[in-house]
Design a protein around this ligand. Sequence first.
Ligand code: 13P
Length: 336
Amino acid sequence: MTDINEIAKKMVAPGKGILAADESSGTIKKRFDSINVESTEDNRMNYRRILFETEEAMKNYISGVILFDETIRQSNKEGKKLVDIISEAGSLPGIKVDMGAKELAMMSGETVTEGLDGLRERLEEYSSLGAKFAKWRAVIAISDEIPSPLCIDTNSHALARYSALCQEAGIVPIVEPEVLMDGSHSIERCYEVTKNTLTKVFDDLVKHKVDLTGICLKPNMVIDGKDSSKKSSPEEIANMTVNCFKETVPSEVPGIVFLSGGQSEVEATENLNAINKIEGTPWNLSFSYGRALQASALQAWQGLQENEEECSKAFSHRAKMNSLATKGMWTKDQEN
Ligand code: 13P
């Protein structure tokens, strides 16, 4: 059996991070709508294979790629499997296995992530298709009334069951409890909710016998709500984020890879950089960005073959900036 600890370490290899390219059919349609490109199976394959064929980014900065069910089965026009393109670049293919956040019954405005039924069999298949790690995203929203303890408990329980099933299949679980940026809440409120959530998640992981050396945590940064009147500095965000993890994340967890969650590309890089300037943290702190790695690449592409090179360049640039940020070596002037 593959050593999950070795895979987890590879996912957070120094200077590298993860590309989240696992947008569901609905989400990728939204992204394509923004550039007036129709979301056909062919267009989705074509856009994603441009990213995966970008050797500079994939070889140097991207340790793994999270795929959607459709993508893990796709091949490029020459018949080469997208999974093989990723592996040959020295990167690990992974797979989103949750079935999405659905309304939590009787709990207005809250969701529970579904997808546990039949997961053991699906993981077996994904493993045979080349997946080395998986992702499950739980969503925790903030308002004056929520999250309820029930929402945190239910999502945390599902994350733990998912993680145990992954490890049983020799697959590293990315454990993603996302506390949303939506709303006008303060950074302090985000800290409190993130702390409560992570505390519960790690309690449940241990209860479900999950080996903490064989997971990657994918959390939000501790940050002001999107509509908050205050905007904390990258240093404030970094300090609050690392302090929150010190209170909740066991040191044997090999890596923490952030989601970008609606931050702009440069914001997500700048904040990651500030986080990595803090010394003495026990975990590797890197990225697993979707929007913050792809926004300018998508804009550059516009669905046109003649823009492929510009699309690749934009992706390489973002991957490189974030790689620098994992070492605390990014500066604004490197953006140009
Ligand atoms: P964003 O970085 O766009 O938040 O996406 C990361 C992700 O995989 C969310 O599940």
